[in-house]
Write a protein that binds this ligand. Structure first.
Ligand SMILES: [Ca+2]
Ligand SMILES: [Ca+2]
Length: 389
């Protein structure tokens, strides 16, 4: 195991708060263990829903590598590299098993196809070989992307309603030039909510918030997002945390309660974080939902990587803490919500820098035991552990 430099230690942690040095030391400390290295730009990690020792790691260029008991298997779970466009932020971006897996034995992928369009697809999994059947792809949604960046990437099933949620960025370039995120007749800059269990390509859930609103496409759950690269549901209560990537100044985290009815407008491009940005020709006459947390582009921060709520068993004191990080600086933070309010936020940059250099923090991952991982652009993947003193 090779631990890299401590460069992250030098700058202070997440802004808009006291530096970690000025705070009472946390009674517990976190660390990272190297889980794998040598991967090619890993973007997503999950496990067999029934077996956390069988870990899957997706690479941006289209392979999904399979690990059993920590060892890389020779045969990929799936290799889509011949049909994926990897320019800029394109690639294999997200993955989710059906919530009742293995009945049906389906895995869903979010990737950029050879033309660069967003593609949501379903593949059956052969449970004997533990490989997805590449020739049995069913495309559920295909959406042209005007630019190579801001493709969103996340897909996840809500633990409350069982529907598939898919995050899409504003399409790309800068300043949302097509004013897509506020436009109800564009799927860009949105989180969609789809019923993938009934009919093809999918069915619109009866209680989608804009189902009977002609100003919006009925797939839309929430809008006003710039690039919701990663979002997650708290498995305990269905609360939704969205890391929305900002433009030049502000990164933000949005939150909605598990019993939300949807329809939230998170503000882009009217606002970047909690700050005025540009006007929009679309007006919806509803209040904008402010982020629960924002941080500025300083101390090396440039792009938020949303994570997961810790619900594992290995670190009991960490229960219910939401993890997020920054792609450029590698800084990690945790926060907790209670009754719709943020009640705790802890910068963990210095703490984690003792065991790894996290700059290029592409994604967090979670296995079926709800233990957390961190994926870095340098091909290393770490497992979150309690630090031994
Ligand atoms: Ca795009
Ligand atoms: Ca916002």
């Amino acid at each position: 195991m090779t631990f890299l430099s401590l460069a992250c230690v030098l700058a202070t942690c997440l802004p808009q708060t006291a530096t970690p040095d000025s705070q009472t030391p946390a009674p517990h400390q976190l660390g990272l263990e190297l889980f794998a290295k040598g991967l090619d730009f890993p973007t997503f990690l999950c496990s067999d829903p029934a077996d956390p020792s069988r870990i899957l790691i997706a690479e941006k260029a289209g392979r999904i590598r399979l690990f059993k008991d920590g060892r890389l298997r020779a045969t990929d779970f799936l290799d889509l590299s011949d049909q994926i466009n990897i320019r800029s932020e394109r690639g294999l971006l997200g993955m989710a098993f059906h919530p009742n897996f293995p009945t049906p034995p389906w895995v869903f992928l979010h990737y950029s196809d050879s033309k660069g369009s967003t593609c949501l697809s379903r593949f059956p999994v052969d449970l004997k070989t533990w490989a997805a059947e590449a020739n049995e792809e069913t495309i559920l949604l295909q959406l042209e992307q005007p630019w190579a960046n801001h493709n969103g990437g996340m897909i996840a099933f809500s633990p409350r309603d069982g529907y598939l949620y898919l995050g899409l960025g504003d399409g790309g370039a800068a300043q949302d030039p097509r004013d897509a995120a506020q436009n109800g007749h564009s799927l860009l800059g949105k989180i969609l909510r789809l019923d993938v269990d009934h009919g093809l390509p999918y069915k619109i859930p009866a209680d989608n918030p804009f189902r009977n609103n002609p100003e919006f496409f009925s797939e839309i759950w929430a809008f006003g997002l710039r690039n919701p690269w990663r979002f997650c549901f708290d498995p305990e209560n269905g609360d939704l945390y969205i890391g929305d990537v900002g433009q030049d100044q502000w990164e933000e985290i949005n939150w909605q309660a598990g019993n939300s009815l949807g329809g939230e407008n998170y503000g882009w491009r009217l606002r970047e974080g909690k700050h005025e940005f540009l006007t929009s020709k679309h007006s919806h006459g509803q209040p904008l939902v402010e982020p629960i947390h924002e941080y500025k582009h300083q101390h090396g921060h440039c792009s938020i990587t949303g994570g997961y709520v810790y619900r594992g068993s290995q670190i009991p004191w960490l229960q219910g803490a939401y993890f997020y990080g920054d792609y450029c600086s590698g800084a990690v933070g945790t926060l907790r919500m209670k009754n719709g309010e943020m009640i705790e936020r802890i910068p963990r940059r210095k703490e984690l820098a003792k065991s790894a250099n996290l700059s290029g923090l592409v994604s967090f991952g979670v296995d079926a035991a709800q233990e957390l991982y961190i994926l870095c652009a340098d091909g290393r993947v770490y497992r979150l552990v309690e630090a031994t003193k």
